[in-house]
Design a binder for this molecule. Structure first.
Ligand SMILES: Nc1ncnc2c1ncn2[C@@H]1O[C@H](COP(=O)(O)OP(=O)(O)OP(=O)(O)O)[C@@H](O)[C@H]1O
Length: 251
């Protein structure tokens, strides 16, 4: 079996005449936390859209858990165990935290089942929902309307919903965006905890978070990876320093 849960080979994406992803080869290993960083407009979000199925590649291969997934639907890819968190938009603000999580737990099981199975699964759904509430420390907020919680609490709920399908790989796109220092530290700790034993691919602008959370970091510049390595290797990489003009990575 390959060490990689996700492999990208010769991945390309053009919008009209403009090539945004220009030949990406990348392996995300089983259980590793891997960050993608790069200047604004480097193509990080586009890369995520390609992996999660929102966009179809112009060329190249994407292999997830041994299966080719390039061009498959987001639902089909999700079903294979790849979960992507989409900011707050996944949350139903007028439902409670518990109801939101319960829906997320039920979704991958499907809603059509017989009465007898319903009884069994209902107990299992309850167990799973409680477990996730505990994992993201939201038990005391269980009956609060999701839309009434703070931004970082909503992110915690969102992360719990991402975990509901027991994914092998989680994609997080700028999870700390809009957070203050305290919320960022809290959410980084939470992400570290809940991704134990799973692979994580994260795009994040906060370099402190990136370097403390990641096993490896890939730097994307103009749609191509210019370096992949440990946080120390990336910090000391000359090409990376040049791409960032010595500013952000030194932070
Ligand atoms: N659907 C699209 N059609 C045309 N151009 C697009 C489309 N999506 C993205 N782009 C262009 O692709 C480039 C890369 O965008 P992308 O959002 O992937 O970068 P990014 O690295 O995530 O940037 P940021 O760090 O600012 O979020 C940008 O120049 C953007 O305008």
């Amino acid at each position: 079996m390959s060490d990689a849960i996700l492999s990208l080979r010769g991945l390309r994406k053009s919008f009209g005449p403009t090539e945004i992803i220009r030949g990406v080869d990348l392996d995300i290993l089983h259980g590793e936390r891997h960050a993608v960083i790069g200047p604004n407009g480097a193509g990080k979000s586009t890369l995520f859209h390609l992996i999660s199925g929102q966009l179809k590649p112009s060329a190249g291969r994407i292999t997830f858990d041994g299966q080719p997934i390039a061009g498959r639907s987001p639902q089909a890819i999700n079903h294979l165990g790849l979960a992507r968190s989409f900011q707050i938009t996944n949350i139903f603000p007028k439902l409670t935290v518990h109801e939101n999580l319960r829906l997320a737990v039920m979704r991958p099981r499907g809603l059509q089942y017989t009465f007898w199975r319903f009884i069994d699964r209902d107990a299992e759904t309850r167990r799973q929902t409680e477990r996730l509430l505990e994992l993201v420390r939201l038990q005391r907020r269980a009956s609060t309307l999701a839309g009434e919680m703070s931004y970082s609490e909503q992110r915690s709920l969102e992360i719990a919903m991402t975990l509901a399908c027991d994914p092998k790989l989680i994609l997080l796109d700028e999870p700390m965006a809009g957070m203050n220092n305290e919320e960022t530290a809290y959410t980084a700790g939470l992400i570290r905890e809940v991704t134990k034993g799973r692979a994580l691919l994260i795009v994040e602008h906060d370099m402190e978070v990136v370097f403390s959370l990641s096993d490896r970091v890939t730097v994307l510049v103009y749609g191509q990876p210019i370096a992949t390595g440990s946080p120390d290797e990336i910090r000391n990489n000359a090409a990376v320093k040049e791409a960032y003009l010595g500013e952000e990575v030194a932070a």
